[in-house]
Design a protein around this ligand. Structure first.
Ligand code: KG4
Ligand code: ZN
Length: 334
């Protein structure tokens, strides 16, 4: 069992995240660098550029994070890194650095599932949720409902049949001419829009089941936008209608998942968990229906090293942590 701080490294996509987490003392320090400006001119993440930038940023950030935690490298008891899913080159940068560091220090390394990191992120906060709980994971690549029976024991309740929730935000933003990455910008615009002028359907809520489908919603927005006067005011009103449809759909499915499992706690994780309307609506639903809802702080909703350090620390404490092979899984089921 590891009684010393664990270094966590996240490099699965376009964010370099580094953190030190200690099971007793909690989060000791964390650093995050977003490559978003690097990729903006291409309208999406360019994998090769992402890998190269992780190489540039990672080791200086490890040094900075250790300094901020007032630790020396040999104070570490283990190293955790995101082993997948994600971009293979980007993953390999984090995996190689983590394995090399762990090997040189003679401490265990462990590859962490990126989505496990996301769904345990609320454990970084005070008053953390205790299993069993239901987790809604909504990011750029995933929209999943998961029954967390225990830490490490996860059951998939529902998944998206097409676009992920964050992907739907980003694509909807793009089709109305917003720059990449459009999700947060679309959400900002929705705050300015008028409710009720555009109403879109709540996909798959009228039939049983916990799966999602968002590509039809995107098409509805496209038609509405093409048939409109395309002014800034209309863009904001459409954004509002889209966000309301998305948040309603997620709320309805969360309530259904709580009903199905009998769990009384709900965890929201992943980038879309930073969305203000989603947070407000679920807070309100929790009050009305008598369950508890847990959110990571917004900066730990999106990709970060802290969630990987935490998930890795828990797994290392449970005696996991393995061979010295550098192995990543661009596709990997939770
Ligand atoms: O978890 P994350 O940082 O990366 C993935 O693992 O995908 O999630 C990024 C996604 C993007 O699609 C982004 O548009 C979305 O989260 N996102 C938001 C907001 N902030 C980030 N979507 C809606 N409202 C927000 N405030
Ligand atoms: Zn993520």
């Amino acid at each position: 069992p590891i009684a010393k701080p664990v270094l966590g490294i996240e490099s699965s996509c376009d964010e370099t995240g580094v953190a030190v987490y200690d099971l007793k003392a909690g989060l000791l320090a964390h650093r995050l660098y977003s490559q978003v400006r690097l990729h903006a001119e291409y309208g999406g993440v360019v994998p090769e550029l992402a890998s190269r930038d992780h190489v540039r940023k990672l080791l200086p950030m490890v040094r900075e994070t250790l300094a901020a935690a007032q630790l020396r490298v040999d104070d570490l008891g283990g190293v955790a890194y995101t082993a997948g899913p994600g971009l293979i080159g980007a993953l390999l940068v984090g995996a190689s650095a983590a394995r090399a560091l762990a090997w040189s220090l003679d401490v265990p390394a462990i590859g962490v599932h990126h989505m496990e990191g996301h769904l345990l992120a609320p454990l970084l906060e005070a008053d953390p949720p205790k299993p069993p709980f239901v987790a809604l994971l909504v990011s750029g690549g995933h929209s999943m409902l998961i029954a967390v029976e225990a830490i490490g024991r996860y059951r998939l309740l529902g998944d998206t049949l097409d676009d992920a929730a964050g992907e739907a935000f980003d694509k909807t933003a793009k089709l109305m001419g917003l720059p990449y990455p459009g999700g947060p910008e679309l959400a900002r615009m929705a705050q300015l829009g008028t409710s009720g002028r555009f109403r879109f359907s709540r996909p798959m809520t009228d039939r049983p089941g916990l799966d999602f489908s968002f590509s039809g919603l995107k098409t509805q927005v496209l038609l509405a936008w093409q048939q409109s006067d395309q002014t800034d005011a209309t863009r904001a009103d459409i954004a509002r209608g889209f966000e309301e449809a998305m948040v309603d759909t997620l709320r309805i499915k969360c309530l259904r998942a709580l009903d199905t499992t009998g769990a009384r706690s709900l965890v929201i994780a992943g980038g879309v968990g930073a969305n203000r309307r989603l947070r407000q609506q679920l807070d309100e639903a929790a009050r009305r229906h008598g369950f508890r809802v847990y959110f990571p702080r917004p900066e730990f909703c999106t990709d970060n090293g802290a969630m990987i350090a935490l998930a890795g620390a828990l797994r290392l404490a449970a005696g996991q942590g393995d061979s010295t092979a550098i192995h990543v899984m661009p596709r990997w089921d939770l």
